[in-house]
Design a protein around this ligand. Structure first.
Ligand code: MN
Ligand code: MN
Length: 453
């Protein structure tokens, strides 16, 4: 990390505080989307739905937001240039690896009640046992009422969790390879042991849990069918390190980039180009579905805005997308000296050394990657130097050690310039990930310099 001036360190601390709060308020994509909408409204952004309903028009300087199924959000500040000249987009994802409850999750076994899960995204399953977990999500009743719940975050709340075999009896387990030490079907969450009093002999512990769910959360067993409940690590984001230079928290991939881009959008100057901040869902399972980057949410929203500006045509929509520049805002691996063999030192990102540009991602010979154009990177270097941003470049680990992807290749299909740019993270996809406050600070500055280029 470089030596920062007193004032910069102060700004960094303020930003880190806001970031921790952002993480605490958004531990699922729905919660995060809700919080982003709240912040957008506080900053003068208006719901596009409302503008469409009232058949209002839009003009340069207007600020709007659109929400896709409560899980993805697009914020836009309309510039003075015609939209067909292109936009400046920063796109991140707000879903994170976790354990989703199955549709029929609740069962009892030997006097203990469990909730069965199906993991979401790439996880090392053995990391998710023997620690406190919370249940967050939405239950939709048959009549359409939606209940939002979060159990396990308040100090007085109970937590839940997954048990692991005691070490004394683990001789055989310890011989297994790490990928099967804990298997997917063993990720069942222990939720109770108290039996319901009554005549019945069977399933009285499960019945007690049903009573609790009914009395405290108005949830019945059948309601799990129309629910999205996510088991996530319990607790708040914390300062990390004896020098408090880092942050440890669940879900920093990729809410860290979501936060930095949101801050950049809110604090950047008015520009000729239209600025867009996009927060999508489902990246961790391939950007699929109606709320993932592969859906038409971006395209449809830009079409609606063009229409409200009195500029809509299919051709103008295509031009607006093609002429845009984008930062695919996603995390990269921070170099970890304890696992140095997985990295190539010269082309790794270092925690605390600023935002990281990844020209390409992918695996086995750049497979599946968006390999950004040199011309585009040249332009960005100029913008970042003008904004006095500290940045670095990196690949995701050594060649053929593994790999990964982002949303970059999806928007690149419109013919726009896209490159991955985000924050280096330690412990990526572990229940608690680690980031550097300096990188949150630099990456926010980086996205701001991009919006102002
Ligand atoms: Mn990511
Ligand atoms: Mn990820």
């Amino acid at each position: 990390m470089k030596n920062y001036a007193e004032t910069e360190l102060k700004d960094m601390e303020v930003l880190a505080g806001k970031y921790r709060e952002f993480l605490d308020l958004g531990k699922t994509e729905r919660e995060c989307a809700r919080n982003i909408v709240k912040i957008a409204e506080e900053n003068g952004y208006r719901n596009l739905e409302e503008i469409l309903e009232k058949e209002e028009t839009l003009k340069a300087g207007d600020k709007v937001y659109a929400v896709n199924m409560e899980k993805a959000v697009l914020m836009m500040e309309i510039g003075t240039d015609d939209l067909e000249k292109g936009m400046l987009l920063v796109g991140s994802h707000i879903d994170s690896p976790r354990l989703d409850l199955k549709q029929k999750p609740l069962y009892e076994n030997t006097g203990m009640a469990y909730l069965d899960t199906h993991y979401y995204g790439g996880i090392k399953k053995y990391q998710w046992v023997a620690s406190p977990m919370a249940i967050h999500g939405t239950v939709v009743k048959k009549d359409g009422t939606a209940l939002n719940i979060a159990i396990g975050e308040k100090p007085e709340d109970p937590v839940v969790g997954i048990t692991d075999l005691l070490v004394h009896l683990s001789a055989k387990q310890m011989e297994k390879s790490a990928s099967v030490v804990i298997e997917g079907e063993a990720l069942d969450v222990l939720v109770g042991t108290r039996p319901l009093e009554g005549e019945e002999k069977e399933n009285q512990v499960k019945n007690y849990i049903l009573k609790v769910l009914k009395e405290q959360y108005q949830i019945e067993e059948e309601d799990f069918v129309s629910a999205e409940l996510e088991v996530v690590p319990a607790g708040k984001a914390r300062d990390f390190g004896l020098d408090s230079s880092m942050i440890m928290a669940y879900g920093q991939d990729d809410r860290i980039c979501a936060f930095c881009s949101l801050m950049a959008l809110l604090h950047s100057k008015k520009t000729a180009k239209t600025k867009v901040c996009l927060f999508v869902d489902k990246e961790e399972i391939g950007s699929v579905g109606a709320t993932g980057m592969q859906s038409r949410f971006l395209e449809n929203t830009v079409a609606e805005v063009l229409n409200c500006l009195g500029q809509y045509s299919e051709l103008k929509l295509r031009r607006a997308l093609k002429n845009s520049s984008m930062l695919s805002a996603d995390v990269n691996a921070g170099f970890d000296p304890l696992y140095a063999e997985a990295f190539e030192k010269n082309n790794s990102a270092y925690v605390g050394k600023g935002a990281v540009i990844s020209k390409y991602t992918g695996s086995r010979g750049k497979g599946g990657s968006n390999d950004a154009n040199a011309e585009y990177l040249g332009k960005l270097r100029q913008a970042f130097d003008a904004g006095e941003v500290q940045y670095q470049t990196a690949e995701l680990g050594k060649i053929d050690v593994g790999g990964g992807g982002t949303i970059a290749y999806i928007t690149a299909a419109y013919g726009m310039d896209v490159v991955d740019l985000g924050v280096p993270i330690l412990n990526m996809h572990a229940p608690y990930e680690i980031s550097s406050k300096a990188d949150v600070y630099e990456t926010s500055k980086c996205y701001k310099a991009f919006y102002e280029m």
